[in-house]
Write a protein that binds this ligand. Structure first.
Ligand SMILES: CC(C)(COP(=O)(O)OP(=O)(O)OC[C@H]1O[C@@H](n2cnc3c(N)ncnc32)[C@H](O)[C@@H]1OP(=O)(O)O)[C@@H](O)C(=O)NCCC(=O)NCCS
Length: 177
């Protein structure tokens, strides 16, 4: 049976479920890529507070619900590095590992592009770990590799790549199921 997928703006009461999805997706994605210390430092309580604050401060925070339960999350807003020529940015995009490949990522991205357009943005950038397979998803969604950098997380060097969309019209939501 295929469960219904819906995208909506997050409310403060979603913060705990957003934190759960975020942590589970990190733990599925980054073993062997990020340090154990970094992964084990992620706590449900502090992440819940972080996401509640982001929602209350008016950041774009979206959730994907599958069968009425939060199965993915995304946050977005103005680009944090305008030197690259993109005015919008998706800061985070994480889907519950139990629901990879069910359309949540595509539909979250399409909804984020729509909201960035409403806030006056014309383009978008996403940074990803250079070893993250999400880069193939971004290419599938029409993103192009536009930059590389080495960031720092808890003192560890982290190689990152940026994917860019010069136009926000490119990602289409998949038809309702
Ligand atoms: C990457 C991620 C957001 C994609 O979301 P998703 O819901 O699994 O993807 P969707 O079902 O919407 O897939 C949309 C399309 O992208 C393709 N795709 C998804 N993940 C892919 C991957 N890793 N490699 C290649 N193609 C991929 C799908 O096959 C689908 O193709 P289609 O257009 O032919 O149907 C999700 O898998 C995830 O959260 N991964 C772990 C966390 C992560 O890496 N987040 C990004 C941090 S920068």
């Amino acid at each position: 049976m295929t469960l219904a997928l819906a995208i909506r703006n997050a409310t403060p009461t979603d913060a705990g479920e957003i934190a759960r999805v975020y942590i589970e997706s990190w733990h599925d994605t980054y073993p062997g890529v990020l340090s154990k210390a970094l992964l084990s430092s992620m706590k449900l309580g502090s992440q819940t507070g972080r996401w509640r604050a982001a929602i209350c401060q008016g950041e774009i925070v979206l959730v994907a619900e599958i069968g009425g339960r939060v199965a993915g999350m995304l946050s977005a807003g103005p680009s944090r590095d305008r030197t690259l020529g993109f005015d919008g940015e998706v800061y985070t995009l994480y889907v519950d590992p139990a629901h990879y490949g069910e359309g949540a990522g595509r539909n979250l991205l399409a909804a984020a592009f729509s909201q960035l357009r409403k806030r006056g943005c014309r383009s978008c950038l996403i940074w990803a770990h250079a070893q993250n397979h999400a880069r193939f998803f971004y290419e599938r969604m029409g993103g192009r590799l536009v930059a590389e950098r080495t960031a720092k997380m808890m003192g560890d060097p982290v190689p990152e790549v940026a994917f860019g969309w010069k136009s926000l019209e490119t990602v289409q939501q998949s038809p309702a199921r």
